[in-house]
Design a protein around this ligand. Structure first.
Ligand SMILES: [Zn+2]
Length: 584
């Protein structure tokens, strides 16, 4: 082939590829497919090259060794979050593919990014006062484990990733314990950009119903005022109306009592998104948060379109309420930094029942053609729209008055690392000293009898508080409870917090004894100690008088003396984080 023809052909192929790939290639959801990890990154790289308003940035690593990407669209080409905040612009962050078999948001976000940047139907106007940040795929390890068999209840997309990440963690339980590099890199992104609004995109494959998209969102009660009222009274009603008008009416995420007989007509439960979940975590920082759950029994293209519609409508609302969101969030953060009493754990009150309209399908019991046994299902010929019970009242199970400061000893560096990652401001103690502190002792606790996220969380904690002079060393950290991160600080450092570091096993070492006594070796010292401490001797004698079992057991009597003397280990069952009250 002569050179000119070859050149022409190369040019033609380049041109055809360029236009095809930029305009069409990534819309594979129309064939019920989702893009692979490599294709997604290639498409974002193309957008980064094509548009000066777009930038693809790497933030740390994920557990599979590949970097976490953030794609930013900023209409004026400013990509420094500090300068963006100074311009009073809102920031919306979308997280996709946390459960890699649930990739609607991956495809919808890329499609939306391309439409915004090409200004299709004047869409770039949505970003007049908002900067859009997209995590293309969060669980990269899971996305690479592509198969048609990763979700037994879901046909489309034909191939998809796996729920667990490269070390089989469920990343949507890992936001505060941050065992994964993914979560630590996410924290970097989250605090660098400090989003006003956050969306985490998912798919649900539980019960059958008529909704393409269901929703979990920040409980307005957990957002500090006036942000909570704004979300509950203004934003959510308008958002629901908008989605209904465009054909994607949203219901709350459908969580029933029983996943085998998964019948919403018997009632659904409001989801308590404690801080281990993405939305619960973001809400700790007064970020208005959403978790979309599109319905896996609908076709994939429809689910992607619903997610796209959700994101586009939300961008419209963020634009419309640009000023109030900024003002209310600043006021909420100010309130948090002055707050002294915190609710740190909740449970659903099942005695209080509300009702909501719900579009479902009648339950149908029949004999399975596979097993011959009775099975629960739905009659898709019998849709209904009726009121169903809705259990959505949370009651506080732990409330705490925060100290003026917490002291975290240097030894607990895994905790300090996470505090630092979460932008907690603290002072490093410069010299060894002593101070009067409130100290917790663990009177009772239970390890969970099941493993979750590689842990055995601690439940049913009972604490006793004592005031003591405590040694503090150079290198320990002192955290003032007077900052935007207060809700995070108190939630994580108070043992009874729903997802506290204590509950997630960060302090398990204090639950073990390191020393003990032998009855033979300790007896002479016990005799000596009682001689010098008549008040303990009196208690000891009294107990021997009234408790024959005690009086007949040599070992138990020595243990009584050991436990009530300085021989008992000072660190056993003593929670090492100290609470300091100024002037109290
Ligand atoms: Zn999910």
């Amino acid at each position: 082939m002569e050179l000119s023809k070859l050149t022409f052909l190369s040019f033609f192929i380049f041109f055809a590829t360029f236009f095809n790939s930029s305009a069409q290639d990534f819309l594979v959801f129309n064939q019920q497919r989702t893009l692979s990890y490599d294709s997604v990154i290639i498409e974002y790289q193309k957008l980064d090259k094509m548009y000066k308003q777009a930038k693809l940035i790497e933030y740390g690593y994920t557990d599979v060794g590949k970097p976490l990407h953030l794609f930013v669209i900023s209409s004026d080409g400013e990509f420094d979050p500090v300068k963006i905040k100074k311009k009073n612009r809102r920031i919306m962050l979308i997280n996709n593919g946390i459960h890699s078999g649930e990739p609607e948001g991956v495809d919808a976000s890329l499609w939306l990014a391309a439409d915004l940047l090409s200004n299709k139907d004047d869409k770039m106007k949505l970003l007049d006062s908002t900067v859009l940040c997209i995590i293309p795929i969060y669980n990269i390890g899971g996305a690479l484990m592509r198969s048609s068999y990763n979700r037994a209840n879901q046909i489309f997309p034909l191939e998809h990733g796996f729920r667990g990440n490269a070390r089989n963690l469920d990343l949507n339980r890992d936001f505060v314990k941050a065992d994964s590099y993914n979560a630590r890199s996410f924290a970097q992104i989250f605090h660098a950009w400090n989003p006003d609004v956050f969306v985490d995109t998912h798919t649900t494959d539980g019960s059958e119903h008529q909704y393409v998209i269901t929703l979990i969102h920040s409980n307005p009660r957990f957002l500090s005022e006036p942000l909570g009222n704004f979300m509950g009274d203004v934003l959510m009603p308008e958002f629901h109306n908008k989605m209904t008008k465009i054909g994607f009416e949203m219901a709350p995420y459908v969580q029933t009592k029983d996943w085998v007989v998964d019948d919403p007509s018997t009632g659904i439960f409001g989801f308590y998104d404690s801080p281990k979940y993405s939305t619960g975590y973001a809400t700790l920082f007064n970020t208005i948060s959403f978790l979309t759950e599109t319905h896996s029994y609908k076709t994939y293209d429809l689910r992607v379109k619903a997610t796209y519609a959700f994101l586009e409508q939300l961008l419209g609302l963020v634009k419309k309420y640009h000023f109030p969101i900024g003002q209310y969030r600043a006021a909420a953060n100010k309130k948090v930094s002055n707050q002294s009493v915190f609710e740190i754990n909740f449970e659903t009150d099942t005695t209080q029942v509300d009702s909501i309209w719900f579009k479902g399908y009648e339950a149908l019991w029949k004999n399975s053609s596979l097993t011959g046994a009775q099975t629960f299902g739905y009659d898709l010929e019998k849709p209904y729209n009726k009121k169903i019970p809705f259990y959505n009242t949370l009651v506080t199970t732990a409330q705490i008055e925060a100290p003026d400061y917490y002291i975290v000893p240097f030894a607990w560096h895994e905790v300090i690392e996470r505090l630092r990652l979460n932008n907690v401001k603290f002072e490093v103690i410069q010299r060894d000293t002593v101070c009067m502190a409130e100290v917790y002792f663990i009177d009772k606790f239970e390890f969970s009898n099941y493993q979750t996220g590689g842990h055995r969380p601690i439940n049913n904690i009972e604490l006793r508080t004592e005031k003591r002079w405590m040694k503090i060393y150079k290198g320990d950290i002192k955290i003032p409870v007077n900052q935007d991160a207060n809700k995070y600080i108190v939630q994580m450092l108070e043992p009874k917090g729903a997802d506290s570091f204590f509950q997630w096993n960060f302090f398990d070492e204090i639950l073990e004894r390191r020393e003990y006594f032998s009855p033979y070796g300790f007896e002479p010292r016990a005799v000596e100690y009682l001689k010098n401490h008549p008040e303990l001797k009196e208690k000891f004698d009294q107990k021997r008088k009234i408790d024959p079992e005690f009086a007949n057991n040599h070992y138990i009597q020595l243990k009584f003396i050991y436990d009530n003397s300085p021989f008992a280990e000072p660190s056993f069952m003593r929670y090492p984080v100290l609470r300091i009250m100024n002037g109290k």
